[in-house]
Design a binder for this molecule. Structure first.
Ligand code: OSB
Ligand code: MG
Length: 374
């Protein structure tokens, strides 16, 4: 297939509430939607769900716009590309660019799924028709607020609760939750907000809460201290920010720095690298599950397909758009069923209908790169 034009749209979506973590507060959602058009009339969509500021990883909405406009789109339009390897080979050399690569790679996967008349799930080797989901609950102003949200989600059927923690908001909220719900599947995510030298004992003391895992307590480059911490605590450590690609996982594996990996296309440059991470983990004994980063329904569609792979048994971070946003970019989005699962679409392609009018409604900046413009 030949991609004849690429639309790069920067969107601003109203949030129904803010999302606070150890790295800061997200209270305005910007995202980048990428739309590929082929010479034979097909359309593929993808999302670069970066944050507005470099708080989760080094990339931002602005850096994604720049890299997409100046490097990725001009390298892709006009080329005959028939499979994912050819697509990846067509990309120019770029240092430490992950989130910017995710949107266009997903748009290309979407085109491949249409070309082969299969679902994204089937394209990624997924086998399950529903996936269990959990909520990632942000840092609240009060324990009451936290407990009432957890209670609501458990009533809705969510299978797992993940608390965002930071120094000063960890022991107390975890104890409050465990006092009420001693047996729920509970995890905690430090988003790289702790320092080994200062917080080693505090982190070890989290063992008392019987957590399913402790996600990314230390800084992203700190593999050595994650390994030391893992040797000194019972709770499995899950790495998120640290695992950009399979090489990072090789390092973590060699050192014993984690037992779980949160797979997330936006952190790893797309689904291809997640599949490498998945395969490596399967051979080396780490467990994988699918996370998210406040994607709209477009980004979530790829996460759902990835989460349908056989080994992703731990509930995914997959709350539907209503939890964060007033409106979505899909005609009709996924729902969490009373059994705490989300259905995996089986139709060919994305499995959801993208609303161009919704994309247009929230677009604040748009660049089009076409064969005519390069
Ligand atoms: O660390 O998993 C994370 C959101 C933004 C950036 C990083 C993370 C998160 C979440 C939310 O935890 C997960 C979701 O998208 O539902
Ligand atoms: Mg995380």
């Amino acid at each position: 297939m030949i991609v004849s034009s690429i639309e790069i749209c920067k969107l601003k979506l109203p949030m129904v509430r803010s999302f606070a973590t150890s790295f800061g507060v997200v209270d305005s959602k910007e995202t980048v939607i990428v739309k590929f058009r082929t010479t034979d009339g097909r359309v593929g969509y993808g999302e670069c769900s970066a944050l507005s500021l470099p708080l989760y990883n080094a990339e931002t909405i602005g850096s994604c716009m720049e890299v997409l406009t100046k490097m990725i789109a001009p390298a892709i339009v006009g080329k005959e590309l028939s499979n994912i390897q050819e697509y990846l080979q067509a990309l120019p050399f770029m240092h430490d660019v992950y989130t910017a690569k995710t949107g266009p790679e997903c748009a290309f996967w979407h085109l491949l799924a249409q070309q082969d008349s299969i679902s994204l799930s089937a394209l990624f080797g997924g086998t399950r028709h529903e996936i269990p989901v959990g909520e990632s609950i942000d840092i609240k102003n009060s324990l009451d607020e936290l407990l009432s949200e957890i209670s609501l989600r458990l009533d809705e059927g969510y299978r797992r609760i993940k608390l965002k923690i930071k120094p000063g908001w960890d022991i107390e909220p975890l104890r409050a939750v465990r006092d009420i719900w001693p047996d729920i599947l509970l995890s905690a995510d430090g988003n790289a907000g702790y320092k080994f030298t200062t917080h080693c004992e505090l982190l070890q003391s989290l063992d008392q809460f019987n957590l399913a895992m402790l996600e990314q307590p230390l800084e992203s480059h700190d593999f050595l201290d994650h390994a030391t911490l893992q040797r000194n605590m019972r709770t499995p450590i899950c790495l998120d920010e640290s695992i950009r690609d399979v090489n990072d996982l090789r390092t973590a594996d060699a050192l014993g720095a984690c037992k779980y990996v949160n797979m997330k296309p936006m952190r790893s440059g797309g689904v291809y690298e997640c599949l490498q991470i998945y395969d490596f983990a399967a051979e080396h004994g780490e467990s994988v599950w699918c996370g998210g980063a406040l994607e709209t329904g477009i980004g979530r569609a790829f996460n759902i397909a990835l989460a349908s792979k056989a080994d992703c048994i731990f509930p995914a971070d997959m709350s539907p758009y209503q939890v964060f946003f007033k409106e979505d970019l899909l005609e009709s989005s996924f729902v969490v069923k009373p059994n705490g699962c989300v259905d995996v679409p089986t139709e060919p392609g994305l499995g959801y209908v993208v609303s161009d009018s919704q994309i247009e409604k929230f677009t604040v900046e748009k660049v089009v790169i076409s064969t005519a413009s390069i």
